[in-house]
Design a protein around this ligand. Structure first.
Ligand code: HEC
Length: 158
């Protein structure tokens, strides 16, 4: 293995140290309001637990930031991820969308979980409780599916 010249190591150390001062802005946790899907349609305890363990850090206003979010560039990488996740899907605001948009998102959730796309691999590596077993996937996807059915029936279209 080739040795890394000390001046590169020093350069890296300086950039790393300096980057600790440039913090990404945390995306504020909004109090859950009427747009919160889980306030409007409260899931059973077990489903709530699975959602919190596997989805809500990126798809709701209640992100739990891990200690390593304080370490740059990890913090930047995380906030980019969270921003993208919330843009794609935000359970804390979902209930204020039209019924068709809600059911569309819920269907996408069923697919994402069934295909193993969500939660993302990098997240599963870091969070043991986000590695969903088959039974847990069924519990979660059934809740998404049942709610989608209930909403689309309720809105008079099917
Ligand atoms: C580590 C952050 C993270 C977690 C945890 C996570 N997601 Fe995502 N999710 C994202 C990001 C980022 C995107 C948007 C980019 C993409 O599609 O990869 C996304 C996109 C989605 C989409 C939209 C896909 C589309 O077709 O547009 C759905 C649905 C979704 N996630 C559902 C879930 C569900 C359900 C869970 C929990 C089982 C979950 N996600 C957990 C980050 C996350």
């Amino acid at each position: 293995m080739k040795k890394i010249p000390p001046k590169y190591l020093l350069g890296f150390a300086v950039v790393f140290a300096a980057s600790q001062f440039a913090r990404p802005s945390r995306i504020p946790a909004a109090a859950s309001g009427p747009g919160d899907l889980f306030v409007k349609y409260p899931p059973a305890t077990e489903v709530s637990r699975l959602l919190a363990a596997a989805c809500l850090d990126c798809h709701s206003a209640s992100t739990r930031y891990p200690w390593y979010a304080e370490v740059q560039p990890v913090g930047w990488w995380l906030s980019g991820h969270i921003r993208n996740g919330r843009t794609a899907l935000n359970f804390s605001a979902l209930a204020s969308l039209p019924a068709s948009a809600i059911t569309h998102q819920l269907d996408a959730c069923v697919d994402a979980v069934n295909h193993g796309e969500m939660p993302p691999t990098s997240y599963r590596l870091l969070h043991a409780d986000a590695r969903l077993g088959d039974t847990e996937k069924v519990q979660l996807t059934s809740w998404f599916q049942d709610l989608a059915d209930k909403i689309s029936t309720g809105s008079g279209k099917k």
